[in-house]
Design a protein around this ligand. Structure first.
Ligand SMILES: CC/C=C\C/C=C\C[C@@H](O)/C=C/C=C/C=C\[C@@H](O)CCCC(=O)O
Ligand SMILES: [Zn+2]
Length: 570
């Protein structure tokens, strides 16, 4: 049972729901009539509640809904003990963005509405529950001494997509004055080491963007089936084991969580500003050259998404129409990297990083605790730069925001850190078979892991390398031995594209050992496009589907054109 306090302007109220079994509804303790409307393909079912009394303007009502979630709730993945590191206890985690909260809680599931929350979660005593809120104590469940109740308080208004819950055999370590890392005990020390820079990043972000208002900043490392690299749940960032840096999630504490896109069509406001802030943190903690290098990589990720969707696909607009499109189907690097490219372009036009960061900080202060549209953002930009309106009027806003494909302007980024990657990739692209002995192990050993990623990304933008070349690359560089997920993912894609049969099982293993969609979807697609192994890609997917996250399995099904009628037989 979850109790929510909400404002209702009439004696009827409609909440979003998806696959919920509603048992009863009360209003101020009195039974209320309710009905479930027609089911939409991805929006779920409206829960219509009629209050048993008339309301006066401004009156508050406590509505209590008693319900059960479905085993197939799209927000939730229920892991068996065998699917965990410890193998002894089950594990539950949620992922609500964009519109899945309604499968966990009946609510106004839109980023345009913000609320606080208080929750009490009862779990078996071997498990620990955590939520996207500040922990507010625990006690033995008075109704069952084999269970513990954990309490949580979120006092900062936030949208429904940021409600998050995990229950599992969790442990934690303190790594800073406001930070603990949480995970199964098998990973907790590694996580504490990997995220040891969190406080330094938080302080840098505060200097750039203003005070951190959420109190605690904990990090939870999830099992590998979590579908995203990270999720910016307030007070408790979720991260997959494949993520090493959380500057992006930290930045969301301001852009996304404090200033929120009003609808998912304005998602670039969340992600473009977050990538901008993330790279400003990189600039402060590393260098301006590092920021420029990351921007070069981001441009390639954008090109990759535009290629995947097609350059005329309206979903590659910075501000797309999502009428009848599920946000999960629309998701790509576009809002992240076209959004960043626009902000960087404006930075260049308007006076450089310090000047433009001044605008971003002011935008955050102006719109904190609210939800915004692109038009509101643009109006504020024009107001802030009122002395530079002539420059802003020269920006091709229509091309940037409402036209598919790559942006109208390609920023000229500093190539100092990328030069070595460009040179090495060109050498491989131009090499004839007789040149292959000129490559040496030191070619990559002298590159940072960021540069190896960039080197492989450059090769992935070109026609496939001859099979002789990738085999030689493995012989000299031994890229099969790299466990950095960003490197391994690009390397295995490159091998499969060059039709190296031995890489197929490695690619499918990576696609199923972890479930981050950024890796799993392209790896499955790559093998599926290798005609000889199409059936193998399907076979492996079908064999693993039941244990995958529901959103991941749904999207891979679409990618591999698996008949949905098969889905029922999993
Ligand atoms: C243009 C509108 C597109 C999408 C609307 C919003 C949300 C899409 C939904 O599918 C959820 C996205 C959740 C993302 C969570 C974290 C990401 O920042 C991770 C990025 C990918 C990765 O690194 O794994
Ligand atoms: Zn993000």
């Amino acid at each position: 049972t979850l109790t929510r306090e909400c404002q209702i302007s009439n004696f009827e109220s409609t909440l979003d729901s998806s696959d919920l079994s509603v048992v009863s509804v009360t209003a101020n303790g009195q039974p209320a009539r309710f009905s479930l409307g027609p089911k939409h393909s991805f929006k779920g079912t409206p829960l219509e509640i009629t209050l048993p009394f008339d309301l006066s303007r401004g009156q508050h009502v406590i509505v209590e809904v008693t319900y059960e979630t479905s085993p197939s709730a799209t927000a939730l993945q229920w892991l068996t003990p065998e699917q965990t590191a410890g193998k002894k206890h089950p594990y539950l985690f949620s992922q609500c963005q964009a519109h899945h909260c309604r499968s966990m809680i009946p609510c106004q599931d839109t980023p345009s509405i913000k609320h606080t929350y208080y929750a009490q979660v009862s779990v078996p005593k071997d498990l620990v529950a955590v939520m996207s809120a500040v922990r507010d104590g625990q006690e033995v469940d008075p109704q069952d001494s084999g269970r513990i109740i954990y309490r949580f308080r979120q006092t900062v208004p936030m949208p429904s997509y940021l409600i998050a819950i995990v229950a599992g055999a969790l442990e934690s370590r303190e790594i800073g004055p406001r930070t603990r890392v949480w995970s199964e005990k098998e990973f907790v020390d590694k996580a504490a080491f990997e995220f040891s820079e969190t406080e330094a990043m938080l302080k840098t972000a505060e200097e750039l963007a203003g005070p951190y208002v959420w109190g605690q900043y904990d990090v939870l490392v999830l099992p590998p089936s979590f579908p995203y690299g990270g999720m910016e749940n307030p007070c408790l960032t979720f991260a997959t084991p494949t993520v090493l840096v959380i500057a992006h999630e930290i930045s969301h504490s301001w852009t996304g969580n404090l200033v929120t896109n009003k609808t998912w069509e304005h998602f670039w406001l969340n992600e473009g500003h977050t990538v901008y802030l993330e790279r400003m943190i990189g600039r402060c903690l590393e260098s301006e050259q590092f920021r420029q290098f990351k921007a070069i990589g981001g441009w390639k990720d954008l090109q990759d998404s535009v290629n995947t969707f097609g350059a005329n696909n309206p979903l590659t607009n910075l501000v797309p129409s999502l009428q009848d499109v599920s946000p999960d189907d629309a998701f790509s690097s576009v809002p992240y990297e076209k959004g960043f490219a626009l902000l960087y372009y404006l930075e260049e036009q308007l006076g450089g990083p310090e000047v433009f960061m001044g605008f971003v900080k002011s935008y955050i202060q102006r719109f904190a605790y609210s939800s915004v549209t692109t038009e509101e953002w643009k109006n504020y930009l024009f107001a802030y730069f009122k002395d530079k309106v002539d420059i802003l009027n020269k920006v091709d806003w229509n091309a940037w925001m409402f036209t598919p494909g790559m942006p109208p302007v390609k920023p000229q980024y500093d190539t100092t850190m990328a030069d070595a990657c460009n040179a090495l990739s060109q050498k491989w692209l131009q090499a004839k078979d007789q040149d292959l002995n000129s490559f040496k192990r030191s070619d990559v050993k002298t590159l940072s892991s960021h540069q190896v990623i960039e080197f492989l990304s450059l090769l992935l933008q070109e026609d496939p390398l001859p099979l002789t070349h990738v085999k030689k690359m493995q012989e000299i560089y031994d890229l099969n031995a790299y466990m950095n997920a960003e490197i391994r993912f690009r390397w295995l894609r490159l091998c499969v594209r060059s039709r190296w049969e031995e890489a197929v099982p490695l690619a499918l293993k990576m696609a199923t050992d972890q479930g981050r969609m950024k890796f799993t979807r392209p790896l499955f697609r790559e093998v599926f496009n290798f005609e000889k192994f199409r059936d193998e890609a399907l076979r492996v997917f079908l064999a693993h589907r039941a244990g995958m996250h529901p959103v991941t399995s749904g999207l891979v099904s679409k990618d591999l054109k698996v008949d949905v009628s098969n889905a029922a037989s999993q």
